[in-house]
Design a protein around this ligand. Structure first.
Ligand SMILES: O=C(CO)COP(=O)(O)O
Length: 251
């Protein structure tokens, strides 16, 4: 089952736990799940470490449980990697692909990221495809051109909002406490929307566009009210109920 994407009515608020959390963190997921059940107009997801996917899926049923990355191949000699069918089997409903921490750590190309998105779709997983520029690119005035090219290169040919979301995560805003300004987010998300429409036609309007990078309870309302922002992808602030629940409440 794909995460149902009913744009623009429903916002998508997603936590990315990165390399944080073990079984002792399940009560946090329980609290997020309870909040999601009380907020049925918002789609809530958490991309947990792979070791927690099954337990999360068994614990929480009002939220979408996701993986943080997959390999483009279904199986093979890829030590330490997980395939789309594996994370699906474990209970994931979606996966993140192309996160800047994966792109940088593993020298991932846009082609590989597109291959991961295609693998996810083949196996019935929804996808959050991440794009975003480093600081030097923004300072050189090239952010929109670079992110547009990144999305064009990573977008699977016949994608649509039934299974695809795109997350704009400027690298300089991740984990720094310095989120992008509302104007910068609006400008970039207009570019993302235009790029989705150019590549996918009317289906491009249905792709949910998320913002990620130092989202907190203090800035979430403003970010979520920005044109073409259909949700947020939250790192640090998704690790505790105290900080993630208020973000869900703002959606
Ligand atoms: O990378 C992120 C989510 O995928 C953002 O992380 P922070 O919210 O910690 O800046």
């Amino acid at each position: 089952m794909h995460v149902t994407m009913e744009k623009p009515a429903r916002k998508f608020v997603v936590g990315n736990w990165k390399m944080h959390g073990n079984l002792a963190a399940l009560p946090v997921l329980g609290a997020i799940d309870a909040a999601a059940r009380e907020t049925p107009a918002v789609d809530v997801g958490v991309a947990v470490p792979a070791t927690l996917i099954t337990a999360a899926w068994q614990t929480a049923n009002a939220i979408h449980v996701g993986a943080q990355d997959i390999h483009p191949a279904d199986k093979g000699a890829h030590t330490g990697c997980l395939s789309a069918p594996m994370v699906k089997d474990a209970g994931a409903a979606f996966t993140i692909v192309g996160h800047s921490e994966c792109r940088a750590g593993r020298q991932e190309s846009d082609d590989e990221v597109r291959g991961k998105a295609e693998a996810a779709r083949r196996h019935g997983l929804s996808v959050i495809l991440c794009v975003g520029e480093p600081l030097e690119v923004r300072e050189a005035g090239q952010a929109e051109a670079v992110v547009r090219a990144q999305l064009e290169n990573c977008l699977p040919a016949d994608a649509d909002g039934a299974w695809l979301s795109v997350a704009y995560e400027p690298i300089w805003a991740i984990g720094t406490g310095r989120s992008a300004t509302q104007d910068d987010i609006a400008a970039m998300h207009a570019v993302l929307r235009e790029t989705c429409r150019a590549a996918l036609g009317p289906a491009g309007d249905g792709v949910r566009l998320l913002y990620g990078g130092s989202v907190t309870p203090a800035n979430a309302a403003e970010i979520l009210a920005t044109p073409n922002v259909d949700g947020v992808l939250v790192g640090g602030a998704s690790l505790t109920a105290e900080t993630f629940l208020p973000i869900i409440a703002h959606a």
